[in-house]
Design a protein around this ligand. Structure first.
Ligand SMILES: [Zn+2]
Length: 440
């Protein structure tokens, strides 16, 4: 009986195998994800293999059509956010022997599309980046401000990975590096914002991927005084623990762990979804001539201070600042470091990384190091004044809800412009909870 069944099954399998290639398409679209950046949407389709496709833009109403040859849909394509300002809906249909995907838009967009080869946890992917045209127009209308002198230290905080690139994933709780490093980055930004003479700039402030080159570009554009990239990576094995600080090197990495981490960080673009045009033509070649551009001695000094700051709050993995060829640190003239806050591959540290208390602690350690470094470098005018010339005699005002600049100025009997100047405020906005320096 069992034998007959076996034969019957085999016959069925044989029949199916012979009929399938006729009706089934060569490639399948299996899944879809969307990442929301303020000015951009990234739509990623998981596909079973390389494919041929055409993309065109239509108006009235605005939509984008993607025709994929010889493909079929497996699974469902749906938008998670129904109220998105850019993308209204997604529809699919058959087109000849292929698949048609229609993206209904709420606004005009500039699309960019490319295929990605398998990387990290993903297989082949088709990526469509939609850039909001409205923002492009707005940007064009703003004239770049000419800065006469830098009166504040701009701390550029780079939360590693994001969006399509989850970074390392913890073994015990499946914690994603991209999530915990953003939380730490936000804590650090809070501390920086409270400090007179310092201003934070976040490279990403949400769950989306920013290319390595774009990160450096943003740092340069925001007039960065220093650049701090925050990570929590995994290494083989469960034992490695503690924080480490890295700076760039033009020579070989200082240790095997450093080399391993640099390799995994540099592959971020392949996982995160960055089109080929965005990448450095030859990453390695670029890394070789770094010595002329990147500010390695200052980065090392900054790294040492941050390492000291981290040592005060807990365990450090290495006692020295390690060096490796991290692409994200290659910003000319900006002292840049990469902080591996803890090892997500260590179950104990993974658990800690998830807690607000630990995230705050790490942020505090990094902040102390940054502050110390800036003090040593006597950076930024208001910083120097409050720290060196007027110890203890500086009057500060903590901004409460509902308060205005003119109201605060009136309260202390000072000129509004003087108040703005002392705190390097250009507009009318003040941040609740921030501390304003009251000029004399
Ligand atoms: Zn990382």
């Amino acid at each position: 009986m069992i034998r007959y069944l076996k034969i019957l099954l085999l016959t069925l399998v044989f029949l199916l195998a012979n009929t399938l290639p006729v009706s089934a398409a060569r490639v399948s679209v299996d899944n879809m994800r969307m990442w929301q950046e303020p000015e951009k949407r990234q739509i990623v389709f998981d596909i079973s293999g390389p494919l041929e496709y055409r993309l065109f833009t239509l108006q009235n109403p605005n939509r984008i059509v993607i025709d994929i040859d010889d493909a079929r849909l497996r699974g469902k394509l749906a938008l998670a956010n129904k109220n998105d300002e850019i993308l209204a809906a997604i529809r699919t249909g058959k087109q000849d022997k292929g698949l048609r995907i229609v993206l209904d838009l709420r606004t005009k967009v500039h699309p960019r599309t490319y295929l990605l080869k398998p990387a990290g946890q993903y297989g082949h992917r088709l990526v469509i980046d939609l850039y909001d045209e409205r923002l492009k127009e707005k940007k064009r209308s703003i004239k770049p401000a000419v800065r006469t002198k830098q009166t504040e230290a701009v701390i550029v905080i780079d939360a590693g990975h994001g969006g399509e690139d989850p970074g390392a994933i913890g073994r015990r709780y499946r914690t994603r590096e991209k999530t915990v490093v953003l939380a730490i980055a936000r804590e650090l930004a809070k501390l920086v914002r409270k400090e007179p003479g310092m201003r934070p700039v976040m490279i990403r402030n949400g769950d989306y991927y920013v290319g390595l080159k774009a990160r450096r570009k943003k740092a340069r554009r925001s007039n960065a005084t220093i650049f701090v990239s925050i990570h929590a990576d995994a290494v083989p094995g469960r034992r490695a623990r503690g924080s480490s600080v890295y700076a760039l090197t033009e020579r070989g990495a200082t240790s095997r762990v450093a080399r391993f981490l640099a390799d995994s960080e540099n592959s971020s673009d392949q996982i995160g979804g960055v089109s080929l045009e965005d990448k450095d033509p030859l990453l390695r070649k670029v890394l070789v001539d770094l010595s002329q551009t990147a500010n390695i001695p200052l980065s090392m000094e900054l790294g040492q201070e941050v390492l000291k700051g981290l040592k005060r709050i807990g365990h450090v993995h290495l006692n020295r600042v390690a060096q490796a060829g991290f692409a994200v640190l290659k910003a000319p003239d900006i002292p840049s470091i990469l902080v591996e806050t803890a090892f997500i591959s260590n179950p104990t540290e993974e658990r800690k990384l998830r807690t607000k208390a630990f995230q705050k602690k790490i942020a505090k350690g990094i902040f102390r190091g940054i502050k110390r470094y800036l003090q040593k470098k006597k950076y930024s005018a208001p910083y120097r004044v409050t720290q060196a010339k007027l110890p203890g005699s500086v009057l500060r005002h903590k901004v409460r809800r509902g308060e205005t600049l003119s109201g605060i100025a009136r309260k202390y009997g000072v000129n509004v412009d003087a108040l703005k100047f002392a705190n390097n405020i250009s507009g009318q906005n003040i941040i609740i909870g921030s501390k304003l320096v009251i000029p004399k």
